[in-house]
Design a binder for this molecule. Structure first.
Ligand code: G3H
Length: 524
């Protein structure tokens, strides 16, 4: 697929440090789209359209960003962590107000940089704005809950959730706006200060929002740097000055970063990691519905979602019928431009097409076939979804999270075989169960709820609605995210306590307005 439209060329040259956009004059990294230039020749076939460049910052700049966040936090005594809740809410509302007019610019870059189809890119932006607004409402609730005093066995106590400290926030390329902002902004609202580094792909789309951050939050509260994780994140962790690691990505990266912290036990981890969500299709399933949900679940955004269906188990009795229909529906997907809302679009990660091919090659060598006619067809950086059957358990595609358009299918006769795989899997995010039988559904629920964190009945896996808890077991997550849960994940309970004989003093603290923590100002 080649570019018909003219790309926006942005040579971005600033970063956000201590409340100011600082010009960067050091090394830069090229940013390319996975879409090929219209005049692409055979030699540079997979080199996408040049979109511009972003700073490729160095270790001293990373440490400067950390120091800025650290000094704004000032051991919890800084103006931001001690600010009245209404001050933090105003900053957040100002940010949302400044973010909204940037919609078109951000969405356009989202499409160019990671080839998310236009309608989904718009959804990502809008969903994020709604999430942030709901976060403010939930924060007010939390604050109201903390504005009363309880009496327990003669002890008076006021309990609130307080910030944890300095957060290092690293986002993923597949939801570079939504998944990053849904951790970064709740972390800020709770009074933490942050260093944020955008993902490897999906970098330029953050740049139209730098001013909004600078204008909305006090100096040092949020610092945004650009470059490679190894150069920037590792030295930051080694200082031991990070209190929270917020990372949406892979457990290899999070484990490596945590192990670099001199006191890993001190680091709160808020992690959304890899998954291998299975679909389990029973003999009595509504095949049409199962096919529709598997097409959506396995192939939306080319399978590049942590919640994607990444392995399918189908009962022997309906395997043939299901596979035929699944292959036929998959082959109807369109390949092409994300601007025209094609279903299958170019893959942003370098070498990803070859990586997908290697999964297919190994599975074929171990007895599988690609069951859909268009499976594995390559067009530029796009790879047409390939359905593999029968898939050996001794393959990488069975064991690993593929995060792309290849899906292994296995046949089962006894549900116990599937349960053994689920139990032995390194992942534990969600599962989709397809059956029309209440007894079978009930049995699945009871066997699976303690293996994963969401059992979807006759539906594909997904994160939303965003008010629901989103988490996982084993290598799939640490901490829970949702509008409400994110605020809890980025805070810790802290309280003021005294005996009844100190009542008068505490009354004076409160009525005199001497403390923003011990206040009874109800935020409406
Ligand atoms: O990549 C993981 C995302 O959180 C998935 O969210 O299910 O809304 O696509 P989604």
């Amino acid at each position: 697929m080649k570019a018909e439209l003219t790309p926006p060329v942005i040579d971005h040259k600033t970063y956000l440090l201590n409340g100011k956009l600082i010009p960067w004059s050091g090394d830069v990294a090229e940013v390319r789209s996975p879409i090929l230039p219209s005049d692409a020749s055979k030699e540079d076939e997979l080199r996408g359209v040049l979109l511009g460049s972003a700073p490729d910052m160095d270790e001293p700049s990373a440490i400067a960003a950390l120091e800025s966040a650290k000094s704004a936090y000032d051991f919890g005594r800084g103006a931001w962590p001690t600010a009245d809740a209404s001050v933090r809410i105003s900053a957040m509302e100002k940010f949302i107000e400044r973010m909204v007019p940037k919609r078109e610019e951000v969405v356009n870059l989202l499409v160019w940089e990671i080839c998310k189809k236009r309608t989904d890119a718009e959804k990502e932006f809008d969903r994020t704005v709604i999430y942030l607004k709901e976060t403010v409402a939930e924060y007010k609730n939390l604050h109201r809950e903390g504005s009363h005093i309880t009496s327990v066995d003669g002890t008076l106590a006021q309990i609130r959730r307080g910030p944890i400290g300095v957060v290092l926030c690293l986002g993923p390329f597949n939801y570079p706006l939504n998944e990053t902002f849904c951790v970064l902004l709740p972390a800020l609202l709770m009074g933490n200060t942050c260093v944020f580094k955008p993902a490897k792909y999906g970098v330029l789309l953050i740049t139209p929002l730098l001013e909004a951050f600078a204008e909305s939050f006090p100096p040092g509260v949020v610092n945004i740097i650009f470059g490679r994780g190894r150069t920037l994140a590792s030295p930051i962790m080694k200082t031991g000055k990070i209190d929270v690691l917020a990372l949406i990505g892979n457990s290899k990266s999070s484990n490596a970063l945590i192990s670099q912290h001199p006191k890993p036990n001190r680091v709160r981890q808020v992690l959304g990691l890899e998954a291998k969500n299975p679909a389990i299709i029973f003999e009595d399933a509504n095949i049409e519905l199962a096919v529709k949900e598997c097409v959506k679940g396995a192939w939306s955004f080319n399978g590049q979602r942590c919640t994607a269906l990444k392995v399918i188990y189908v009962h022997k009795g309906i395997r043939e019928e299901f596979l035929k229909a699944f292959a036929a529906e998959t082959d109807k997907l369109s390949v092409g431009s994300p601007f025209e809302n094609a279903d299958i679009t170019p893959l942003p990660e370098q070498g990803k097409v070859q990586y997908m091919q290697s999964y297919v090659d190994e599975a074929i060598a171990k007895g599988a076939e690609v069951v859909n006619g268009r499976g594995g067809l390559v067009q530029g950086n796009a790879f047409f979804p390939a359905i593999l059957f029968p898939t050996s358990r001794d393959t990488a595609i069975f064991r690993e999270e593929q995060f792309g358009p290849v899906c292994p299918v296995l046949e089962f006769e006894d549900f116990e075989e599937v349960l053994t795989d689920v139990a032995e899997s390194n992942y534990g995010q969600q599962v989709s169960v397809f059956t029309q039988n209440a007894e079978a559904a009930g049995r699945c629920i009871d066997h699976l709820v303690n293996q994963v964190c969401r059992v979807n009945i006759n539906a594909s896996c997904q994160r939303g609605p965003d008010a629901l808890p989103f988490t996982g077991r084993k290598d799939s997550a640490v901490s829970t995210l949702s509008v409400k849960a994110a605020l809890r994940s980025f805070s810790i309970r802290t309280l003021v306590a005294c005996t009844e004989d100190q009542k008068e003093l505490m009354e004076d603290v409160i009525s005199g307005g001497h403390s923003s923590f011990s206040s009874m100002n109800y935020l409406l």
